[in-house]
Every structure is written in C-alpha cells, then in structure tokens.
Ligand binder design. Structure first.
Ligand code: G6P
Ligand code: ZN
Length: 583
C-alpha cells in the first residue's frame, strides 16, 4: 500500500472558467497551462457540500479524447489530497456520458460504496487532439449535470482561488488494467478502482429492453444494420452490446475503435459529419450499387447523442423522440405501464406535442440543456424526452443516451415486425416514419448553423431580432416583401421558463417568431462552442394534410428559410452567404 502526502499549491485565478451548458470547454492548449485544470477541479471540490468530497466516492472518466489520460491522473491526485475516499475510473479512462450517469445511480462497489458525483472529461461532439478541444463537467448524485446553483459557485470560486491541494507523490495508476489499487494518506486510505463500465451499462439496458426480441430482429436475414461510433467512446460498448449480446454481424460496426482525436473527424452524428455512415446508408453522393442496410445509427464523442437513419432515409431528431414516445408502451418493457409524461427542448419541433395531446400525456417544453429534463424526471413527471440536437433519452438515467435511442428504435422495428420476420416485406424505418406522419401530421424541420462567427456580430444580430419584436406590424410588412406565400407572425418573444419543480426562472432562452399557421422561426446562440459564436436558426412548419406530408423537407421549407435569413439580416451581420451545417 503506497503512502502519499498532501501539498498545498499557491495559484492565481484564470479568466473565463465559467462552465457553459455542458461544463468547461476549451482548447487542449488552454487546459495544458500549469494550474488551469487544477484550479477548476479545486473550485469544484470547494463548491460541493463537504460530505460529497471528504470520504466520498467520485467517478472520473470520459470520452477518451486527447489529454484525458493526463487529466485522470491529475484529478485522482487532487481527489486523494482533498480526502475523497475512492475514485472509480473507466478502463483506459473511457466511460460514455450516459454510462457515467448509470454508474452513479446504479453501481455498488465491492465494499458496498456508492458514488456521489463524477468528473466527466469530454467536449462531447467537438473535435479532439492536441490542437482541438477538451472539456470537463461535474455530475451530481442523481447522475445529472450539476445545477446552475453549483456551476455558479464553481465559477465564482475560480475567480478567487489562491491555492489547491494535490498529492504529488501519489504514483500514477495504470488505468489500462481492471482492479483496485489502495493507498494510504495522512487522513486514511484512498482507493482507485478501475473497471469496465460496459458491464454495468448493459445490465441496466437489459432491465429496459427485451434483448431477445431485438436479437431476433438483428439476426434475421431480412434485417441489416450499421452502427458508427465516429471513433468516440460508444465504440467501447458497441461490440459488447450489438455483436456479443444481440448477435449483429461484426462488419456492421463502423469506426468503433475509440481514438484520442476521433480519427481526425468531427464526432458529431449528423448528415454532414457522419459521412461514412451517410454514404453507406445510400444518402451520400457516391453512386455505389451496394444495397444499403435497413437501419443505421451514429453516436457523438461521448455517446450521448444519436442519429437514426433508415435505408436512404433520415429521421429528424424531433420526429425520433415523437415516434419513440408514440410506440414506447407497446414496444419497450420498461414503459409497459405507461408514460409519466414527455418533454422536449423549445427549439425541438412540435411533433412530440401532437403525440402528447393524442395520447393524453403530460407535456413540457423546456430550455435547451439536458438538466431541465432531469428536474422533471427526479419529480416523477417525465419518462421520455428529446432535443433537436440529436439527443434522446428517458428517466433510466439523467443524461441523454445514444445507445438507448438505438435500442429503442430497434425495439420498435422488432415490435412492428414481430409476426413478420418470416414474411415477405419488412416494415422499415421509412414505413414507420411515414405512418407516423399520416397519423399525426408532419413537422417539416431544418436547422441552419453558422459556426465560428464573430461574437460581436452574432450579438448584434440577436439584439436586432429582439428589438424588432416590439412591432409585429413592421415585421409582417417586411415578411410580405420577402415572401408573400408565408403566413403572418402572430406572436414573438424570448423564451422564458419557470421550472415547475423548483420554481427557478431561466430567461433569454432563444428568440421566437410564431406564425399563424403554426410555423416557427427560432434563433439562438450555441452554448457549447469553444471559439467565436455559433448562431443557430431553427425553421419549422406543420402539415396536417396527410396527402402533403411526403415532400422534400428543404423544398417545403424554402419560403420560411428565405424569410429567416432576410429577417435576421444574416449575411449583413455575419458576412456569411451560406450556413456551415444544415441538419
Ligand atoms: C449539449 C447539451 C444538450 C443541448 C446541446 C445544445 O449537447 O447536452 O442538452 O441540446 O448541448 O447545444 P448548443 O450548441 O445548441 O447550445
Ligand atoms: Zn455528447
């Protein structure tokens, strides 16, 4: 048993350590500055109640991006010095964000211990590598991201910090081997427990889904499947779940070896960045005559996001959550006794609203950011939720869950084909979506992203959109000049949310223009970028008439897109004639 001592290090504050929507995200080179990570970690320890530090069990892991391995060792040494009792580390520092949430909520250590929180080392869907992004966020005992009251405290601590504690003589722990290493410090024992979290994660998935039914589908010769981890942490789970447990072919896994730089790619599961999968699914530009698989899905770096594709068919995330909610009770054992409620983020399309109304379910519209769902779930008010930003999940944990979403879709497809796997024609992803539109109507939807825009220009553009809201008649005059074929704006505001559980109010959560026919334009600044500003424009139009739900989405939305770009003076403010990404 190694002995260690505790050193008090003098430090001075760094500017800008304010955690955003999902923690602190900066370039790796920023994190590599002496004391930078240490200041943030100590500020976090100082923001937590003492009993969640002293004697506590804390998880430290992430998506495996560049600098994670160094960060794990630094945080471990600081945890020991701050009298944390033990840290739990994922094998090779890998643990998906949903798996961290599951581990906090479910795992019981060999000595009966339970975790009270986690440092998650990820910048989610941002690229990784020595010149790219690193990130860190803290999750609490419920398995969800720290609430604003805690992140505000962390930030305020970073502005006054003058010292941190570290056990410099604690040897580095070999995180490539499973096992517990024990040490002894001035205040008692300290353990580092390295384990493979896929075991705990799969155990949880088995309590939610009917693995036998999914296996039947995945092993049926009629069904073909493809999963792309984009070299993120989902790769550490994919083989175990899809191949070993569910019988998928090993060749159905794409980019499933986790890499520190995600193979040089952008680990964001959308039609722009998941290029290889998009090609394979027949949605790309190549004219390959290989028949695409029936089902395809991708994950982001930390495996909380998902993209769902059918053969030559894209499922929008807004439709995906609505379809999962509409089919959950019949298809997924965990929901067999009914849904407590459903929720979506404000910019997500209203497809879920229609399902909620039809099925008489409690419904909530919350600001962007998963933590708002967590509150509803802790209060037993919400079972399924989703966001347009490729996030879908349920109250089994307090993060969105990319692999859960895939298993949910596979469950629905298995259910729709349960008497049919020997028959002629498979009910496909496309069939399921078109059937949904025919029943509930279709929300045509697209999002335009302008990445890395000058921050000042982005602010001015947003300010102009807010100031225009004071005169809707002027707005409507302008719109008529741009396009005479869109309906009138009947209301416009900045979205504000009062949390029904804790009463807290979140203001300035996105600028909305609401049209008479139910169409919406929403403008927001991203809270997850690391350089400049990203402007997001969300464009949505509802079509109830089932004979008109089959149009190409960009065609159907062209008039509204035109209005959105001219109304906001996008090109004037940003100098951009086209968005960086369209989803
Ligand atoms: C993270 C959060 C999501 C949120 C998204 C928004 O992924 O976990 O809950 O929807 O950020 O990102 P944005 O860049 O639009 O602020
Ligand atoms: Zn993510």
């Amino acid at each position: 048993m190694g002995l260690f001592t505790v050193t008090k290090k003098a430090t001075t504050p760094f500017e800008g350590q304010k955690p955003g929507t999902s923690g602190l995200r900066k370039k790796v080179t920023v994190f590599q500055q002496p004391h930078y990570l240490q200041n943030f970690v100590q500020s976090t320890f100082n923001a937590l109640p003492a009993d969640q530090v002293k004697g506590a069990t804390i998880v430290v892991s992430g998506d495996g991006r560049y600098f994670s391995k160094d960060a794990v060792q630094i945080i471990t040494k600081m945890a020991a010095a701050n009298e944390v009792r033990r840290v739990w580390v994922g094998l090779n520092s890998l643990m998906s964000t949903p798996a961290v949430s599951a581990v906090i909520r479910e795992r019981i250590g060999a000595d009966g211990s339970k975790a009270t929180g986690a440092f998650i080392l990820t910048a989610s869907h941002n690229p990784g590598g020595p010149t790219e992004d690193f990130g860190i966020k803290y999750n609490m005992g419920n398995g969800g991201p720290a609430p604003e009251s805690v992140t505000d405290k962390i930030f305020s601590n970073t502005t006054t910090i003058s010292e941190y504690l570290i056990s410099e003589d604690l040897p580095d722990v070999d995180i490539s081997v499973v096992g517990v290493t024990s040490f002894s410090g001035p205040e008692g024992p300290f353990d580092v427990d390295v384990f493979d979290s896929s075991v705990d994660y799969i155990k949880l998935m088995k309590t939610i889904f009917d693995f036998e039914a999914i296996k039947k589908l995945l092993t049926s010769p009629k069904f073909t499947f493809c999963y792309d981890a984009l070299h993120g942490v989902a790769g550490a789970y994919a083989k175990h779940i899809f191949v070993e447990e569910l019988g998928a072919d090993e060749g159905s896994l794409l980019n499933c070896v986790p890499k520190e730089d995600f193979g040089g790619g952008h680990p964001d599961p959308n039609l722009t960045y998941a290029k290889e999968l998009v090609e394979r699914m027949g949605l790309g530009k190549s004219s390959s005559n290989v028949e695409p698989p029936e089902f395809g899905a991708a994950a982001d770096g930390d495996a909380d996001r998902n993209m769902i594709l059918g053969k030559r068919f894209f499922v929008t995330p807004s439709d995906s959550v609505a379809i999962i909610a509409a089919n959950a009770v019949q298809s997924i054992p965990y929901f067999a006794s009914g849904l407590k409620g459903v929720a979506r983020s404000m910019p997500t399309s209203a497809a879920l609203d229609v399902v909620a109304k039809n099925l008489n379910l409690k419904f909530f519209e919350v600001p962007t950011g998963w933590k708002f769902f967590g509150n509803l779930m802790d209060a037993g008010m919400c079972s399924i939720c989703g966001e347009e930003s490729f996030g879908t999940g349920s109250d089994h944990i307090r993060e969105k869950d990319g692999i859960w979403a895939v298993l949910a879709w596979l469950s629905i497809i298995a259910f729709k084909n349960k008497d049919n796997l020997g028959g002629d024609k498979l009910v496909t992803v496309e069939d399921i979506v078109r059937q949904h539109w025919a029943t509930y109507g279709r929300h045509y939807y697209t999002r335009y992203d302008y990445e890395n825009v000058d921050a000042g220009a982005a602010k001015e553009l947003m300010a102009n959109l807010v100031s225009m809201q004071s005169s809707l008649s002027d707005v409507n005059k302008l719109i008529k000049e741009i396009r005479s074929d869109v309906s009138e704006v009947v209301a416009a505001d900045e979205f504000e949310y009062k949390d029904p559980v804790d009463g807290s109010v979140s203001k300035h959560q996105g600028i909305r223009y609401l049209f008479g026919d139910g169409s919406r334009l929403v403008f927001r600044l991203s809270g997850t970028g690391s350089v400049g500003a990203t402007i997001r424009v969300y464009i949505e139009q509802y079509e109830k008439d089932s004979s008109k739900t089959g149009r190409d989405s960009q065609d159907a939305l062209a008039p509204l897109v035109d209005v959105a770009l001219k109304l906001s003076k996008m090109q004037e403010y940003t100098g951009r004639s086209a968005p960086t990404v369209i989803t």
